[in-house]
Design a protein around this ligand. Structure first.
Ligand code: DLL
Length: 439
């Protein structure tokens, strides 16, 4: 049971060696479950002459072939499910818009684990029974809304299941109902903060918010600084994906130095995304997860395409579970512009260096002729837009220089008025690639 600091002290502070032994025991069980109950996994094992009993150490995990997103798409909807259909109690799906959706199927035991991990994650950020959590992640097939709901329910927190949309109404509800925790995407949090400013609401004076739990999309420390400054809350990063459960795979503790991966339920590896080679901790690469306790749709060596690095050194908070550094992008988010690799997070970093700018930005890439065009649209902050001494031309030049420093290529910078770029209530869209079909 939870004491003042940990939701589950024994598990969260388990000695590293003990945690490894526990993982190995669970890995053997999960591999056997997959082999026995899924023709998909049996074929994977057989293709490399592997049997579940060959998994004798954690290093042996590397003998199992990777599982990729297309495996899930190709086996849609239930081809990779490893339990009888009547054992499935809930289904979610990720937000992709084309092709077969990626499905998350849960048994009751999977639901219990997910709720437990979400309760642990909320508790880690300081959420307690006395809190009121305003959940503005979408409810429905997306795992954000309900994932937070189940975790908060387990803690006993008062829940406001606001879901997405109706920004002004959300602010009124947060104010009137005394929300102390805000859970939503970082881009929606920025939008809420902007709207509050426009409506003359001072979050420090008019609201009781103290914790923000932001995830489901990449966001930078610069956005954290802005959000914390604008609202007075302490912002925490939370990560997860439908294929593993939803939110609750990892979360930041009060040290804000990486997200603790709940290693009693997941094994993490980082690999070189081009070669598949396993990288040592500390080296940046693609995150690969193996579930240890999932029963309906277990994932063995699942390639997430998310780029990060792992920190195994002890954390000051006392938790022994490894940390992943912020995901700053996905391998498939990477743009190749005029032959140069560009991540949207690099642009975000450059943009956030300027206090004259709001946090919104949009990258527009096109190929009208032989060459790529690369436009970065940025927005002036309300304050800067009212400054009569602002030299827009000089500012543009500075932004362009900064983008060149971080990416190595020159962008055309367009500065637009506050509020002109599109806002989203869910995951932000930062890139408009108009080259598709012109390549
Ligand atoms: O986004 C689950 C979630 C909901 C996480 C609410 C956190 C909060 P999917 O829709 O399946 O699930 O999208 C998963 O979103 O592979 C990452 O690329 C990205 N992502 C999720 N959390 C973060 C984060 C949910 N904290 C995909 N930082 C993942 C960066 C994130 N990217």
């Amino acid at each position: 049971m939870a004491n003042s600091k940990y939701w589950n002290e024994k598990i969260e502070t388990m000695h590293a060696e003990e945690l490894k032994n526990y993982q190995l025991k669970k890995l053997k069980e999960q591999a056997a479950h997959c082999y026995e109950n899924s023709s998909f996994y049996r074929k994977k094992f057989d293709s490399v002459g592997l049997k579940p009993q060959d998994i004798r150490s954690l290093e042996d995990l590397q003998k199992i072939p990777f599982t990729v997103k297309n495996d899930l798409r190709d086996n849609y909807p239930f081809g990779m499910v490893t339990v009888k259909p009547d054992k499935i109690v809930e289904i979610h799906a990720s937000s992709g818009t084309t092709g077969n959706p990626i499905i998350g199927a849960y048994t009751q035991s999977d639901m219990d684990v997910w709720s437990e991990l979400m309760a642990r994650s909320i508790y880690t950020t300081g959420g307690r029974r006395q809190d009121t959590i305003h959940i503005a992640y979408g409810y429905g097939l997306f795992t954000g809304g309900l994932g937070f709901h189940y975790g908060a329910q387990k803690i006993g927190t008062k829940i406001i299941p606001a879901s997405g949309g109706m920004t002004q109404r959300q602010i009124k509800l947060m104010k009137d109902l005394g929300a102390t925790i805000l859970a939503c995407t970082p881009s929606f949090a920025v939008y809420l903060a902007e709207t509050m400013a426009q409506e003359g609401i001072d979050p420090r004076r008019d609201l009781k918010l103290k914790i923000g739990m932001f995830g489901a999309e990449p966001w930078s420390n610069k956005i954290r600084e802005r959000l914390e400054n604008d609202t007075g809350i302490q912002a925490f990063d939370i990560y997860g994906l439908t294929e593993l459960c939803g939110p609750g795979v990892s979360v930041e503790c009060e040290e804000h130095d990486g997200l603790h991966i709940w290693e009693d339920h997941f094994i993490v590896e980082t690999i070189n995304p081009d070669t598949g080679e396993v990288l040592p901790p500390g080296e940046e690469g693609e995150l690969v997860f193996t579930t240890l306790t999932k029963t309906a749709l277990p994932m063995l060596r699942y390639r997430t395409r998310d780029i990060s690095k792992i920190e195994t050194a002890p954390c000051k908070c006392g938790r022994t579970h490894a940390r992943m550094m912020r995901v700053h992008g996905r391998s498939d988010d990477m743009l190749i512009i005029r032959g140069v690799n560009v991540f949207p997070s690099q642009i975000e970093y450059a943009v956030m260096c300027f206090s004259e700018l709001a946090t919104q930005y949009l990258i527009v890439v096109d190929r009208p002729g032989a060459l790529d065009t690369f436009v970065v649209k940025v927005e002036l902050s309300e304050k800067a837009s009212k400054d009569p001494n602002l030299n827009v031309k000089a500012l543009k030049g500075e932004i362009q220089k900064r983008i060149h420093i971080v990416t190595g290529i020159t962008a055309e910078v367009e500065i637009v008025k506050p509020g002109e770029l599109p806002r989203t209530e869910g995951k932000a869209k930062r890139v408009l690639d108009l080259r598709k079909g012109k390549m």
